[in-house]
Write a protein that binds this ligand. Structure first.
Ligand code: HAM
Length: 420
């Protein structure tokens, strides 16, 4: 056997039903909030992420699946969707064709990370992005939407964290304040933090090294360095969240590991799923569209990790695909008529299984039982002669006969008991 690639997973029947439920709810919530689906390619030019996600991020520095294709072009399997969404928004001038440029996408992302529970090299995101609105009411709406989505999945232990990382006006002063506060202690921090101090001091708050935490805890908070516009924006966002009666906590360490954020950042954590507890993260990025060659338009969005949400979701009731009927042929004469019957029932909209290998009645019944079908339809010589089907209700065990011509209609009208 050739096993699957490390960090990738199959989503097999029995598990996939929960994914389908998750995706249905994701689409429904997006519809309610006015988002339209967009599908962008997995492959993009490397420079889209180098510029978009940012050269100083872990993603671009060490996690991208990038290669030179046979035409000599450097391409990357997308590690996140935001730069692709921005590219598509600009490339198709969506601002002109859409009333509000509110977009969502579902699909796989690729990051060369160390795999563990809740962290994979191929994983899936629901990505939600809105363009062209800079006012705080959209920040609050999108945060509320994220919470509503997680709640709609039945996840009850979610915690909402929010912060403001300021803008290019006020962030340099905050970065300087961080470096000043650190002073010589910078040399006591891990090698990653020393690099972060050079490239993007805010990122020091991302550090997970235990020995560094006591120093990091003494550092100034971004909230105290916001310019007037950023402070007012943040107060308006939190004010709206209070009006929505959302429970949230301001976390000054929530800087998020991507370069493009301005002002609002947020995350939703779920406790019961292990170390990788962030099920969703996002924020505002008011300069990214312009930086990627588009018009000067604000942007804001979030991405939810579907693997982690699936882990956090409570089990649903009937999470197996239901099969309406299993058609059983008794004897060679019945073989072709049962295949025609199965075809007719499927065309009538029913889900139907059939045996292909002329197995005994007993073994066909066993297979039907294992497939959790609602009804078994038995066709033998007698039934063919009388143009009938013997129907066994698998829940009650009762048997009855129904005319061949009426069977599709009878199975399609669940209100009428088949054994009456
Ligand atoms: P992110 O925080 O890198 O943000 O990822 C969002 C979510 O994707 C995480 O909270 C997590 O649930 C999931 N995730 C990330 N990496 C992995 C992994 N290796 N395995 C499993 N799940 C993972 C972004 O991707 C931004 N594009 C979000 C955004 C959209 N910001 C604005 N718009």
């Amino acid at each position: 056997m050739i096993p699957s690639v490390r960090g990738t997973r199959d989503i097999i029947p029995g598990e996939v039903e929960r994914w389908q439920r998750l995706e249905d709810i994701a689409r429904e919530v997006c519809r309610q909030y006015g988002y339209q689906e967009i599908r962008t390619p997995v492959l993009e030019r490397e420079e889209l992420f180098a510029k978009g996600t940012g050269e100083s991020t872990d993603i671009v520095r060490k996690e991208m699946y990038t290669f030179t294709d046979k035409g000599g072009e450097r391409v990357t399997m997308r590690p996140e969707a935001t730069p692709s969404m921005v590219r598509a928004f600009v490339q198709h001038s969506l601002e002109q064709s859409m009333a509000t440029a509110k977009l969502y996408s579902l699909g796989p992302m690729f990051r060369y990370e160390r795999p563990q529970k809740g962290r994979y090299r191929q994983f899936h995101q629901l990505d939600v992005e809105a363009f062209g609105v800079a006012t705080p009411s959209l920040d609050a709406e999108i945060v509320e939407m994220a919470v509503a989505f997680v709640r709609a999945l039945g996840i009850r232990d979610a915690k909402l964290l929010i912060n403001s990382v300021g803008c290019p006006e006020c962030r340099p002063a905050f970065s300087r304040a961080l470096l000043e506060a650190l002073g010589d202690r910078i040399h006591e921090l891990c090698a990653d933090c020393q690099r972060r101090a050079q490239t993007n001091p805010l990122r020091i708050f991302d550090c997970k090294v235990p020995a560094d935490q006591s120093t990091i805890d003494t550092l100034p908070h971004s909230e105290d360095y916001l310019c007037t516009d950023c402070r007012e924006h943040f107060e308006a966002v939190t004010g709206m969240l209070q009006a929505y009666r959302l429970d949230y906590r301001v976390s000054h360490r929530l800087v998020r590991g991507l370069d493009y954020y301005t002002r609002t950042t947020f995350e939703i954590l779920s406790q019961g799923i292990g170390a990788q507890s962030a099920v969703l993260g996002g924020g505002r990025y008011d300069n990214l569209v312009k930086e990627l060659g588009g018009p000067d338009r604000a942007g804001i969005g979030f991405a939810a990790g579907l693997e982690r949400l699936v882990l956090a979701m409570p089990a649903g009731e009937a999470e197996t695909n239901s099969v309406d009927a299993f058609v059983v042929a008794v004897g060679d004469e019945a073989r072709i008529p049962t295949h025609v019957l199965a075809r007719d029932l499927r065309h009538a909209g029913l889900s139907v299984l059939i045996d292909y290998e002329a197995r005994s009645l007993r073994s066909q019944m066993k297979r039907a039982d294992r497939a959790h079908v609602a009804h078994v339809l038995i066709v033998g010589d007698d039934e063919i002669e009388r143009n009938e089907v013997t129907v066994k209700n698998m829940a009650t065990g009762e048997q009855s006969t129904v005319s061949m011509d009426a069977i599709a209609e009878r199975l399609c009208s669940p209100g009428e008991p088949i054994d009456s």
